[in-house]
Design a protein around this ligand. Structure first.
Ligand code: LLP
Length: 406
């Protein structure tokens, strides 16, 4: 089994397991698909850093001229360290701290996607102190059902995100009156792993009504940020292709002067990466067999957290009758499974590739059970770049201190 020009078995022998492996060509192809689909229109693609915030991944997108959607000061620092441009950064998130706002104001980001009245006031105050003008958009909660997992739905009115459409006009008026803010745009993001464009189009339609109401009051917007959310195929889902997803959105804004922004995460990186793991033990159980591997829920939490399904492919195809396995990790929880009921012909020591793991894999990993985090690699043709070293045991507690004795 190969990734670009390299055999996964060779990668595992050289770098050990568990290890995340990404394809640079796949990252580029996914980004270019957005660019191509936006056609001649003024549109910017701001990669949602949370999906995979490795500097190697960020630098690959920065080199293509990407913008970035961030949700923390940590993500801003990463973007800048990877060579991304601050003036292409939009800052989303419901709980921006004073320190994070200051950091972003000083860096000179493109826009704050403001999610509450309190945030608007705080941002104006801080901008005044720093003697700068804060560029803002309001993130509007359009109250549409994205038809996805409840944990990753964000655009319903009971969700914590954004400001209610009904409050948006009043807040824009307030923003226009605050001396240290400059209104740049409007934003929304309704959820993730969307498998059809209709909810996004419905949300965009609601945004457009607001844009026109604002224009009638003399508040003219430069950009409309439609968020991220396009889903990918993990198993048998049939998400629209990027072009098909964007087409009705672009059509809706045809002929309008505002720039469109998109904040895709998963659809840029999800299928560009896999998690390579080795089988430690094959354990027969009552009516079930377990393939106990060296990756675990701390490396990839999506199965445990969202019932996420990831393809599992043995790196070496064996002949012989398959058996049904749960693929589980070494962590002391029954929730520590990576895949269930998979038919495979495997032996102890074999390698497995967990597919579609490029998004929300490493970025959601932890050190639970004091497990060092996996290494990360980017394959580029027949070259491989180690873009994150495997954590050492010492690094796990480097910031901790035992209590003094006595
Ligand atoms: N913009 C905003 C404001 C967001 O909150 C998100 C994702 C995105 C863009 C990118 O969405 P995407 O294109 O990746 O769907 N951990 C979950 C997904 C959480 C998504 C959170 N927000 C998972 O593993 O499925």
């Amino acid at each position: 089994m190969m990734l670009e020009g390299l055999a996964l078995a060779d990668i595992a022998a050289r770098f050990g397991t568990p290890v995340y492996v990404y394809s640079r060509a796949a990252l580029i192809a996914a980004f270019e698909a957005y660019r191509r689909a936006s056609g001649g229109r003024q549109a910017s693609v701001c990669y949602a850093v949370k999906a995979n915030s490795n500097l190697g991944v960020l630098s690959a997108f920065a080199a293509l001229g990407a913008g970035f959607d961030i949700v923390s000061g940590g993500e801003l620092a990463r973007v800048l360290a990877a060579g991304g441009r601050a003036d292409r950064v939009v800052f989303s998130g419901t709980g921006k701290s004073r320190d994070e706002m200051r950091q972003a104001l000083l860096a000179g980001i493109r826009c704050f996607n403001v999610e509450s009245a309190g945030e608007l006031e705080r941002l104006d105050e801080l901008a005044a102190v720093l003697g700068v003008i804060a560029p803002i958009a309001l993130r509007v909660n359009p109250d549409v059902d994205p038809q996805t997992h409840p944990y990753i739905s964000t655009g319903l009115k009971h969700n914590k995100f954004g400001v209610a459409s009904d409050d948006a006009l009043a807040l824009y008026r307030r923003a226009a009156a605050l001396p240290h803010l400059r209104i740049r745009g409007i934003a929304c993001h309704i959820g993730s792993q969307l498998l059809n464009a209709a909810p996004a189009v419905e949300a965009a339609g609601k945004l457009l009504v607001l844009v026109d109401l604002l224009a009638a009051e003399g508040i003219h917007l430069e950009h409309i940020d439609l968020g991220g959310g396009l889903g990918i195929r993990y198993r048998d889902e049939t998400p629209p292709a990027v072009a098909a997803y964007l087409a009705p959105l672009l059509a809706l804004f045809e002929g309008r002067p505002e720039e469109l922004c998109f904040e895709p995460g998963r659809s840029l990186v999800g299928n560009a990466g896999l998690l390579l793991t080795r089988i430690e033990y094959l354990k027969p159980g009552e009516g079930k067999h377990f393939a106990i591997v060296d990756a675990a829920m701390n490396d990839l939490i999506r199965p445990a957290l969202y019932d996420g399904w990831h393809g599992v492919v043995p790196v070496l195809a064996r002949t012989g009758p398959p058996r049904r396995y749960d693929v589980v990790g070494p962590i002391c929880e029954s929730g520590d499974f990576l895949a269930r009921d998979r038919d495979m012909a495997v032996e102890e020591g074999d390698l497995l590739a967990l597919l579609s793991a490029g998004a929300y894999g490493m970025s959601m990993s932890s050190n639970y059970n004091s497990r060092p985090r996996a290494a990360e690699l980017i394959v580029d043709g027949d070259e491989v770049h180690l873009v994150r070293e495997r954590e050492t045991l010492e690094s796990l507690y480097a910031l901790e201190r035992p209590l003094p004795l006595g």
